[in-house]
Design a protein around this ligand. Sequence first.
Ligand code: PGA
Length: 246
Amino acid sequence: MPKNYMIGNWKMNQSLTEIETFFKNVKLEDNQNNFWIAPQTLHYSKCAELAGPTGVLVGTQNISDQEQGAFTGEISADSLMEMGGHFCLIGHSERRSLYGETDEFINRKVAKAIEKGLVPVLCVGETLAEREANNTLSVVLGQLKSGLKDISLNNEAELIIAYEPVWAIGTGKTASPEQAEEVHAAIRVLLEELYGETGKDISLLYGGSVKPSNVKELLGQTNINGGLVGGASLKAEDFSALCSAC
Ligand code: PGA
């Protein structure tokens, strides 16, 4: 069985005071190391310190594909590991659309993360125009095939996939549980093709305007194993509610 996760993507949000308030108020039941937060990288240490007693695990929103050296502004996988990091988001649609990240580049980052022992949360998703042109599955499966090119796994815990339709991110428009499940089921088939038995147990998260009011219905779908959440992960009460639904 794939493990369920709830992952907060804080993007470029949260002041230090807001972070302190968040960790003071977050209440997590039945924590099985499956509640994760990706703050701004500058806040990584502070979050890791405050998150300790709550059991929330902390990661980053991006990672470098390079080992070390003259790469101004990049985040080193080795340094994140040294700091006790657990995971990194890779290929979020904002990285793809605003910063020009390509599938090949994303593939190198996935390889680097796994090589270093970080769990990559590989994000994929179609734009509204792609959905309206009936290209959803070809776009999403194409992003996955490229992002996972030559990536081998020892076990299912080494990789998480997040399906996030671009038109649902930060818009308040969630994919219906059926729309999301259709894509998740197709992703599951591809993962089984690529990884055999291991592919059956890789966690598939849905992202895009997930909130306490719609999370249960989404998680009720066969192939939805949790959420990657932006806006609703910023407030402790909402994140706590999302985690208890998980
Ligand atoms: P949202 O963001 O929950 O605010 O739609 C999700 C994401 O970008 O990961």
